[in-house]
Design a protein around this ligand. Structure first.
Ligand code: GLY
Length: 312
């Protein structure tokens, strides 16, 4: 059995390098996925996840995270939590229970404190400055979008025993209402993972992703015999077309998937969406899904693309 890992956005690259090293050394998939997500959560340079994440409209960093174990179909999630250094670790802890798998706000924070998870003020000087600038410019609450086209780190892993795991972590939409929860910690929307089939994850405007339960939809298409790339494109573009046909103007949505054999896919409704893949025979590599409104394709990121990419 080969191992593999796929992750949303270029910002996941270092985490995928670290997580893949664990998989190469035969570590269990949850250890590799948590290590990779933590690497992004701990890096204040990445603006939409963990430490230094994007504040809500009252200037607080409120985080969502989830973990799903594809062997047992167990999952755990925390929603709208403040001052927890690594929400992904708390989500993974909750995935070990039969009940109380999703904890929100103060309940999640007291659970984290009781179980010894490190607390930290997640607002950095830079994230506060971003918030002050936005407040100064004004914004329309009903029109908030994913920040510069990127938000959630989603990481899917496959270990050499065929076990799959799927973790997600985000500060959610910039200037969201306090207590607002997006797709990321919602099973079936932001993530879904079944070791017997494959896993999928989504990033973008959570309200639109949730309307299509995109991650579960992709895994269902793979289960029905679809390949990962085809399943990502079909689920995403059928859903986008459906929303438009009903008079909605969907925000950006992007998805990734990996099946139980390490095959992978990615798709986006926006101009471009980078994602990172590693497999036993392939060093961590950045791919870019590109969509010009007519043609969707996936290319390997060139050096030129890497030099000019300004997002996370
Ligand atoms: N996709 C993250 C969010 O909508 O919060």
């Amino acid at each position: 059995m080969k191992y593999g890992m796929i992750a949303t956005w270029k910002m996941a690259y270092e985490g995928v390098v670290e997580g893949s090293e664990k998989l190469r050394n035969g570590k269990e998939v949850s250890e590799a996925v948590i290590c990779a997500i933590e690497s992004v959560e701990n890096n204040p340079a990445y603006r939409s996840v963990g430490f230094g994440g994007l504040p809500n409209r009252v200037g607080e960093v409120e985080l969502d995270a989830a973990y799903m174990d594809g062997e047992r179909l167990c999952f755990g999630a925390v929603m709208a939590v403040k001052n927890i250094k690594n929400p992904i670790r708390v989500a993974r802890h909750l995935s070990g229970y039969q009940r109380n798998n999703i904890l929100a706000g103060g309940g999640a924070e007291s659970f984290a404190a009781t179980h010894g998870y490190e607390s930290a003020n997640m607002l950095t000087h830079e994230s506060q400055q971003r918030w002050e600038k936005k407040i100064g410019e004004g914004y329309i609450p009903e029109e908030i979008e994913a920040y510069g086209g990127h938000d959630t780190v989603c990481i899917i892993g496959l270990d050499d025993q065929g076990r799959m795991g799927n973790g997600v972590s985000t500060s959610g939409l910039f200037m969201k209402h306090p207590g607002r929860v997006g797709d990321s910690p919602v099973i079936g929307s932001g993530f879904y993972c079944d070791s017997r089939v494959g896993a999928a994850s989504a990033t973008g405007v959570g309200e639109d992703i949730m309307k299509g339960c995109l991650s579960f939809r992709i895994v269902s298409l793979i289960k029905a015999g679809g390949d990962c790339q085809g399943a990502c494109e079909k689920a995403l573009f059928d859903h986008e077309a459906d929303l438009k046909a009903r008079g909605s103007k969907p925000g950006s949505m992007s998805v990734i998937a990996m099946d139980k054999n390490g095959n992978f896919g990615g798709a986006t409704t926006q101009k471009e969406f980078p994602f990172v893949v590693s497999r036993e025979e392939m060093e961590p590599t950045i791919f870019v899904a590109q969509n010009d409104g007519k043609v969707h394709r996936v290319i390997k990121a060139t050096q030129d693309w890497k030099d000019n990419y300004l997002g996370d």
